[in-house]
Design a protein around this ligand. Structure first.
Ligand code: HEM
Length: 500
């Protein structure tokens, strides 16, 4: 009797699974949407840990060349958006429907549950409104002394590196710089990674970018199978790192007079965050204990590698494109001659034109995040032929559009002139989105540009950057396979030759 019952249950279960699987497998075919075949377990995610997701997105774009393509995150149907008009609707016009990201971090992880990047509405709207003031031009100006000091350290560090080895690991160098800038601004803890090549903060950021089996599983689940995150208690940050950062914040705030001491003038992002918490308390809104930690941590995590990788690619491209480098040098030199012995201030740097073009072109070719994810909060009509149900994941394929010759002729050529003001206006809107778009776009964009400008201006004034023999051209550099950002797979090096 027992075995008959068991057999019956197993048969029912297998039949149910089979029927469900067939429905999933035929999902896009039934709707006439182009797609790759469905893998019985991982859906379209066969590339995970084998190919960078941005490289996969580029492949999808080139293989189909259709406005959208069906895919599956495991068994959950998703839609890859390949055209600017749909991108605009999802990210901006119909943002109300697509306010949330699909990716999610666990509820058991305070940083995951509370930070701006992963939270859902209504918490997201509330946080975003409060946090936007952190990145106004005036607030960022208060960080300029810190960034200036770090960019001077960067120049000295390069000098040391050139003495020792004659070439430097660019990603390490640039991430040391961005860790110091963002780490110090967000946590208020002095960080000497650029000067010394190491610091407690740098040990934290290094930990983020290690993609061992466990971290790889955490990241893949957070981005593509959030249901697993709570089940396996995965977290955005390694647990011990989080504990360390919690203690850092607590100690620094105590040193500054405690959580209740009124912040009159904010020196850095941490002061500004504390001020938000105090203002919220005055309005009888209680922001959780870990509110400061969650935001500071996501600024560091969201900022150090994206900015570091962008600076890396920019320097590398400039080494291989000496005519662009010379144009940049002339622009920065002319600005320096105007201010004489003074240091650059944020306004002077922001007024330069070409320096932003060199970053934008590096970001066009190598956007750190190649895609922008959202989830539909209700049924949504894509076009006459397709309506997606609530809960469908949508991936805007930024990297695909940024490298389409239709939008950017000769996309493999590094040509910063595309972004000169007189040319930029011809770029089709929503085909260039390295910082995302719309209300959920990158909140740290201005901060990132400010950090990048200081770093590169200091380097270019002091050094000529040269490509080394036997190193790959930028287009031949292999992309990191198991990382999420579009970073180089191996060490990238150049020669920095001191300018007389
Ligand atoms: C070159 C550097 C950077 C790049 C390329 C970059 C790129 C991005 C992208 C593509 C997004 C998603 C936007 C979307 O979905 O529409 C994003 C979101 C975000 N970024 Fe950045 N980012 C950079 C630097 C920074 C910095 C320096 C910080 C903080 C100090 C930061 C903090 C954030 C946060 C908190 C979000 C989530 C915003 C929200 O959901 O409301 N990023 N970034």
């Amino acid at each position: 009797m027992f075995f008959t019952l068991l057999t019956l249950v197993i048969i029912c279960l297998v039949t149910w699974l089979f029927v469900k699987w067939r429905r999933v497998k035929n999902y896009w075919a039934d709707r006439g949407v182009p797609h790759y075949p469905h893998h019985p377990i991982v859906g379209s995610l066969t590339f995970l840990q084998r190919e960078n997701p941005a490289v996969w997105m580029r492949k999808v774009y080139n293989d189909f060349k259709t406005p959208y393509v069906g895919m599956w995150a495991f068994w959950r149907p998703g839609l890859v958006i390949n055209c600017p008009d749909l991108a605009r609707r999802v990210l901006v016009k119909d943002h109300e429907v697509f306010r949330n990201r699909f990716l999610s971090s666990g509820k058991t992880d305070p940083v995951g549950a509370l930070n701006l990047f992963t939270v859902n509405d209504p918490t997201w709207s509330y946080l975003r409104r409060r946090l936007t003031v952190l990145f106004t031009a005036a607030r960022l100006r208060s960080l300029q002394n810190l960034i200036k000091a770090k960019s001077n350290d960067l120049v000295l560090r390069i000098k040391d590196e050139m003495k020792n080895e004659n070439h430097a690991d660019l990603r390490v160098l640039c991430s040391d710089y961005t860790t110091d800038v963002i780490g110090e601004a967000a946590f208020g803890l002095s960080s000497e990674s650029v000067r010394t090549g190491d610091s407690t903060m740098r040990r934290v950021t290094r930990e983020f970018t290690k993609f061992g089996l466990h971290r790889g599983l955490c990241w893949s689940s957070i981005f593509f199978f959030p249901e697993l995150v709570d089940m396996f208690r995965f977290s955005l940050f390694p647990k011990d790192t989080l504990e360390f950062l919690r203690q850092v914040i607590h100690k620094v705030i105590e040193q500054r007079g405690g959580y209740d001491k009124e912040v009159k003038e904010s020196r850095d992002l941490l002061d500004a965050l504390l001020k938000i918490k105090q203002e919220a308390a005055a309005e009888k809104e209680d922001l959780d204990q870990d509110f400061l930690l969650a935001q500071a941590a996501i600024f560091l995590l969201g900022g150090f590698d994206t900015s570091g990788v962008t600076l890396t690619w920019t320097i590398y491209e400039l080494a291989w494109n000496p005519h662009c480098q010379e144009k940049l040098y002339q622009e920065v030199l002319a600005a320096k001659q105007k201010i004489g012995d003074e240091d650059f201030d944020t306004n002077t740097l922001a007024e330069l034109t070409y320096i932003d073009c060199v970053f934008k072109e590096a970001l066009r070719k190598f956007p750190s995040m190649g895609w922008l994810d959202r989830i539909a909060s209700k049924e949504y009509k894509i076009d006459e032929n397709l309506t997606i149900p609530e809960g469908t994941v949508v991936y805007v394929n930024a990297v695909g559009m940024q490298q389409d010759p239709k939008h950017f002729p000769e996309p493999h050529v590094y040509n910063p002139d595309r972004f000169l003001p007189e040319n930029e206006r011809d770029i089709t809107p929503y085909t260039f989105m390295p910082f995302g778009e719309g209300p959920r776009g990158c909140i740290g964009k201005r901060f990132a540009y400010q950090t990048l400008r200081y770093g590169l201006a200091s380097i270019i004034l002091n050094y000529e950057i040269r490509a080394l023999p036997n190193t790959p051209k930028p287009n031949d550099v292999h992309i990191e396979k198991n990382g999420l950002f579009l970073g180089p797979d191996k060490k990238l090096s150049v020669e920095f030759r001191h300018r007389e």
